[in-house]
Design a protein around this ligand. Structure first.
Ligand code: MG
Length: 224
């Protein structure tokens, strides 16, 4: 039976919802310090992120209130990273995981390992997959595009790479490392990379708009 492996951020849930959840946690922390309602602070951070990205959000909210210090910026970052997020799977992700419940399913995700572990817990995906591989646990050099954890999956399932399908959203790193080894790849067109044009080496074997397109027939055709 083919093995289905999913990326996490922007594949199974919208990553921006994590960012917003983190802003709300930081707003709760800053509220008594800045004498502002948390909701107002959170709304300001969310609006700024939409316009200018997330890079300077904590610096700017502190600056606006005349309270910028390196220590407070670091404290904001700590609250952001350590908060328990409130997240929900994309509805099509929920349906997909249910549809393939009897199949060997896995998760492979990069990023800060404690942060990713809290996302996995918040989304309750552990009950859907045989294992959630947080690549950071194996060292930074094992992050995508490195194929290391994908090879662990092959060994664990006793299947060749041609029987393993990876579904991800980021053509910069999700497919380029594993395609030469024979893994099958599916790109879901959503999130920050939806409009990125990738060259042949970085592009997936198939492109889909929703996980509803991932059916047993689709998989059978892909793995041949
Ligand atoms: Mg992703």
């Amino acid at each position: 039976m083919p093995v289905l492996v999913f990326d996490l951020d922007d594949t199974l849930y919208p990553e921006l919802s994590y960012v917003h959840s983190g802003f709300r946690a930081v707003a709760e922390f800053l509220s008594p310090l800045l004498h502002q309602p948390a909701e107002t602070l959170a709304a300001g951070m969310i609006a700024e992120e939409a316009e200018q990205g997330r890079g300077q959000v904590f610096d700017n909210v502190l600056r606006r209130h005349g309270r910028w210090t390196k220590t407070l910026v670091a404290a904001c970052l700590r609250h952001y990273r350590q908060h328990r997020p409130q997240l929900a799977l994309y509805p099509d992700a929920e349906r997909c995981l249910a549809r393939f419940a009897a199949w060997p399913l896995y998760l492979v995700t990069d990023g800060h390992k404690e942060v990713q572990a809290r996302k996995v817990a918040a989304l309750a995906v552990a009950r859907h997959v045989r294992h959630a591989y947080l690549t950071n646990r194996y060292g930074r050099h094992r992050a995508k595009p490195a194929p290391h954890v994908f090879e662990l999956i092959c060994r664990r399932e006793g299947v060749p790479p041609g029987q393993v399908i990876y579904v991800g959203d980021n053509p910069r790193k999700d497919f380029v490392g594993i395609k030469p080894l024979g893994f099958k790849t599916v790109r879901i067109l959503r999130g920050n990379y939806a409009h990125l044009e990738a060259d042949a080496a970085h592009e997936a074997d198939r492109r889909i708009y929703t996980l509803d397109e991932l059916t047993a027939e689709f998989v059978a055709e892909l793995v041949g």
